[in-house]
Structures are given as structure tokens and as C-alpha cells.
Design a binder for this molecule. Structure first.
Ligand SMILES: [Zn+2]
Length: 429
């Protein structure tokens, strides 16, 4: 008879091994309670003398080499006097009603730190849900208790769960990024509950809390921790700042007299006093729009200026004046803003020669002064007879096109006819 024993591999007290069998890649270890110990109630831990029934349950344990190990454990249901009911006895090496040993559960939890739940389930040939539930139980045990130690600067934010139907409040240690606490809802009393868990000493150490501008959180801090500085995050600050700037500008402009209105208009163009000081201005899209509109005054008016929004992967070009719905379908305004936007786009695409041709053509037409639209006569040349002299948008565009390709006019009528047909602009003569 072999003197090798498997007992050391199963160092469980309160039970002893009374048999084993190996079949293929699965080993069954037979285990029953050690009669030297009185059964204990798994609810209140008190000793119980009255055995109600014997039961049996297979419990997965750590694999042994390539062999899957199942412990077939016999145990008792006992009558607990203290609880006043029939309870399963506690055999310590597994949790009642769980189908895996405590040491396997711990192993699963450790694996879950480096593998996905699916990976762990596949590796151990366990149900996905079993793995998830076990890991969750450990996480709750580990992180269920709030660790208020060493907190000086906090960040609080809300996260939306169940597709935005409800929210959770999350408190982070701003310095380490550790999640300190989570609570259901995003009300003032949600956050107050967090502060309620702190000792006076811990509270005193708090210096600041970062948050967005959510009134209930502000109220909670002001109520529970008035000495803590509230810091709003940059994104919300900029958003609110822009709102204020716009509102102030509109309010001031409305209040102003006609003279002041001109001054306000003028003050917006501060940069135009010394444009040579500004080579490149980096700003947000909104301010960029305002500033580029303003800067366009320098080069002969908004009607001539192109604009480009150039990103990492894409670029969009348009005339600074946008679609100017006021003048839509009238064919009165010069096409230079749009053509200059096309010019910028050609340059962006690396088609420098094409861009240069277009630039020269536009310049030539403007200098010749034969085919100019009414807005150029009126604003740029200050000519009172602008109505008589003015060309249409199409005529000016055609003049520019002919500078590039003298044969253009031959095709232009056909192109215009086709364009009208496609757009069905019947009101155009
Ligand atoms: Zn009990």
C-alpha cells in the first residue's frame, strides 16, 4: 500500500477525506464532517446539537495539474436554538449554498484582476455568471468600506446609469484618482451622506473639491464642509464664460446710444489698430469666427474673406460671410469670398499652381474694374452710380473664370442652364 497521501492538498479543518476517484480528467474527493467537531450554525456561529438532515453537494476546488477537482461534501442541516430554525452547518472551507471552495473563489478573484471574466470562465471551465458573481462579492468585501484616509483634494461627478434614467454620484481622490465613494442619485443629500461618514479630523484635512456647476453638490459642500473650496472644472467655466461674454455684449449694445454703438463696434476691432502685432491668433471656434470677421475689415470687407476650419483629419472651407440668406438668389454680391475659400482649399490640398491661377484671375478682374458687383461699387469705390454700373455675381464669376480659361464663356451658358435645371430656380431670369 502506498504511503503517499492526498490529505495535505486539502488542508480543511472540520472535515476529513474518506475516499477519492479519478475518471478521465475529473477527480472526485469524498469529504464529510469530522465528528470531533460539533456542527456550527452558518448564520450565528453557535454550536448546534440537533441534526435535522444529511445532504450532499459537489463543490469545485482548485484544479490539480490538468485534472478538474470536485469535492463531494456531505454535510448537515441543523436546528439552531439561537436562530430558532433549521440552518446549514458551516464547514468553513466553502460558503453555504456556494458551489466552489473559498480558495477557488479567491483564485478566481485574483485572476479577474488581470483577465476578463470570460477568460477566467473559459480557463477554469466555469459559468461566466459564477465568475462574475464571485468577483463581485470580493470587490464588495474589499471596497465596500469607504477609506477616508489621506483625503485633501476631492473630485465629485455624476455618472448616468441605465441609459440616463438614473444617476450615481462618484467621489474621487483628486490626487491619486482613486474612487473613494459612490452613492445613488445626484441630490444634495447623496453627497451629504459621503461627508457624514467622515470624522472631524478627516473633515479638517479636506482643502478643495472639484466639480461641475451642479447646484445640489454645491449646496452639499456648503452645508457639510463650508471650509472646503469649491473648484469648477475648466470645461464648464469656459462654457459659462462664453455665455456671459455674449450676453454682456448684446446687453451693452442694446443699451448704447447710436454713438456708443459705433464705439462698441470699434472696440471689438481692437486688434485692427495694430494688426502687424498678430501673426497667428489661436482661439476657440466661436471667438475665431468673430475675430476673423473683424479682421476681414482690414482686407476690404467680409465679402472678400475666406475661412477655413482645419483639423487633424479634415478641413472645411467657406466664405466668412456664410450663406448670407439676405442676398440669396439675387445674384448681386461679389463671389470673391467663396472663390477665396476655394483658393484656400486648393492650397490645403497642395494644388499650389491652381490656387495661384485663381488668385491672379481674381486680382486681375478687381484691378481692371470692368466687371464688379454692386457691393464693390457701393462700399469699396463709394460710387453713387453703382446701380447702373453693377455686374451680377455670375458675370463677375465668369470674368474671373475667363482669366484662367479664355474658352470658359463658350461652356458657361450651357453650365448655367444645366445648373438652373438642376436647382429649378425658375425665378432666375
Ligand atoms: Zn444560528
Amino acid at each position: 500500500m502506498s504511503s503517499i497521501s492526498i490529505t495535505p492538498y486539502f488542508p480543511f479543518c472540520r472535515v476529513h477525506i474518506y475516499g477519492q476517484s479519478v475518471e478521465g480528467e475529473e477527480s472526485t474527493i469524498l469529504v464529510r464532517p469530522d465528528k470531533r467537531y460539533k456542527p456550527i450554525c452558518s448564520v450565528c456561529n453557535s454550536h448546534c446539537a440537533v441534526i435535522h438532515a444529511w445532504v450532499k453537494r459537489p463543490i469545485r476546488d482548485l484544479n490539480c495539474g490538468a485534472v478538474k477537482v470536485v469535492i463531494e461534501c456531505r454535510y448537515r442541516k441543523v436546528f439552531c436554538k439561537k436562530c430558532g430554525s433549521i440552518i446549514v452547518e458551516d464547514l468553513v472551507f466553502f460558503k453555504p449554498y456556494r458551489r466552489i471552495t473559498n480558495r477557488l473563489a479567491w483564485y478566481i478573484h485574483e485572476l479577474c484582476k488581470v483577465l476578463t471574466v470570460q477568460d477566467v470562465a473559459r480557463h477554469l471551465d466555469l459559468d461566466w455568471k459564477t465568475v462574475k458573481d464571485i468577483d463581485k462579492t470580493f470587490l464588495e468585501e474589499e471596497y465596500g468600506q469607504t477609506d477616508y484616509g489621506d483625503l485633501t483634494i476631492l473630485a465629485v461627478d455624476e455618472i448616468s446609469i441605465r441609459r440616463g434614467h438614473s444617476y450615481m454620484t462618484v467621489v474621487l481622490d483628486y490626487l491619486t484618482g482613486r474612487v473613494v465613494w459612490m452613492g445613488e442619485g445626484r441630490r444634495a443629500d447623496t453627497l451629504m451622506e459621503f461627508f457624514d461618514g467622515m470624522t472631524d479630523e478627516q473633515m479638517e484635512k479636506l482643502e478643495a473639491i472639484a466639480m461641475d456647476m451642479w447646484d445640489p453638490y454645491i449646496k452639499a459642500v456648503e452645508t457639510k464642509a463650508p471650509h472646503v473650496k469649491i473648484v469648477f472644472d475648466l470645461f464648464h467655466m469656459v462654457k459659462e464664460f462664453n455665455k456671459v461674454i455674449d450676453r454682456v455684449r448684446i446687453d451693452e449694445y442694446k443699451k448704447a446710444s447710436e454713438t456708443d454703438k459705433r464705439v462698441i463696434q470699434g472696440s471689438k476691432y481692437l486688434l485692427l489698430k495694430n494688426p502687424e502685432n498678430y501673426q497667428v491668433i489661436v482661439t476657440s471656434n466661436v471667438f475665431g469666427d468673430i475675430l476673423s470677421d473683424e479682421a476681414s475689415q482690414l482686407i476690404g470687407g467680409l465679402g472678400f474673406s475666406p475661412s477655413g476650419n482645419i483639423g487633424e483629419n479634415a478641413a472645411v472651407f467657406e466664405p466668412s460671410h456664410g450663406s448670407v440668406p439676405k442676398y440669396a438668389h439675387q445674384y448681386k454680391i461679389n463671389p470673391c469670398g467663396l472663390l477665396a475659400a476655394a483658393l484656400m482649399m486648393l492650397e490645403y490640398l497642395g494644388l499650389k499652381d491652381h490656387a495661384a491661377k485663381l488668385e491672379k484671375a481674381m486680382g486681375d478682374v478687381l484691378v481692371e474694374g470692368k466687371t464688379l458687383t454692386y457691393d464693390i461699387w457701393r462700399d469699396d469705390k463709394g460710387d453713387k452710380d453703382w446701380e447702373k454700373k453693377a455686374s451680377s455675381t455670375l458675370e463677375m464669376a465668369k470674368a474671373i473664370a475667363e482669366k484662367i480659361d479664355p474658352d470658359f464663356s463658350k461652356r458657361a451658358d450651357a453650365i448655367c442652364a444645366k445648373a438652373r435645371e438642376m436647382c429649378a430656380w425658375e425665378h432666375l431670369a
